[in-house]
Design a protein around this ligand. Structure first.
Ligand SMILES: Nc1ncnc2c1ncn2[C@@H]1O[C@H](COP(=O)(O)OP(=O)(O)OP(=O)(O)O)[C@@H](O)[C@H]1O
Ligand SMILES: [Mg+2]
Length: 171
């Protein structure tokens, strides 16, 4: 795992990972750092690694037995960890109204942690203070992952990753 130098600031980190394990390590660390009310917006193409990342984050939040192949037709997966975990896959939703009909506002305003795949489609109704994780496929096993914080709650998570040294030392 290596940090792209130059493009990093307090609110934005760009990390190059070279294997799924590293994506999972990052996801787990974000789960461990996440607090009540955190919203994590996941952006990236089919097969970029969004679901793998969320599964690892759920583990980091203390969810046991996260299903590896959860059915894709389920629109919200709910797990119980040290906090409630809500995982939305909005790929099959027609529009923002359908997202809201699922109760998205209430989930996002609650004390759990929300993960939203294809979040760019729902951007208008996401809270401003959210952690955005963008995946770019750079090779068969490699991904460029950009993590952006946009308010105090999401910044705390990045801060915690920094103090825990999650993003350092490996390449
Ligand atoms: N560095 C990596 N990080 C994450 N996944 C990787 C990596 N390298 C290879 N993969 C593979 O890429 C696939 C990622 O699948 P995943 O379901 O997480 O993608 P997704 O972004 O959720 O796609 P979708 O939009 O279809 O939901 C898996 O098959 C995984 O094994
Ligand atoms: Mg997915």
């Amino acid at each position: 795992m290596s940090l792209e130098s130059g493009s990093n600031s307090t609110n934005c980190w760009v990390v190059d990972v070279s294997a799924e394990d590293e994506t999972r390590r990052l996801g787990r660390a974000i789960g461990q750092a996440g607090g009540p009310g955190l919203v994590v917006a996941l952006v990236g193409n089919l097969g970029a690694g969004k679901t793998r990342f969320v599964q690892a984050a759920a583990e980091g939040l203390g969810v046991e037995d996260v299903p590896v192949n959860s059915p894709t037709f389920v629109l919200i997966h709910e797990y119980e960890g040290r906090l409630p975990v809500y995982h939305f896959d909005t790929y099959r939703l027609r529009d923002i109204d359908e997202f809201l009909e699922l109760g998205a506002d209430e989930y996002m305003a609650g004390d759990g942690v929300c993960f939203i795949e294809w979040a760019d489609r729902m951007e208008e109704v996401l809270p401003r203070d959210r952690l955005t994780v963008t995946f770019e496929i750079t090779g068969e096993q490699s991904r460029r992952i950009e993590i952006t914080a946009a308010g105090p709650r999401s910044q705390r998570v990045l801060e915690r990753l920094r103090t825990d040294g999650v993003l350092e030392g490996q390449s």
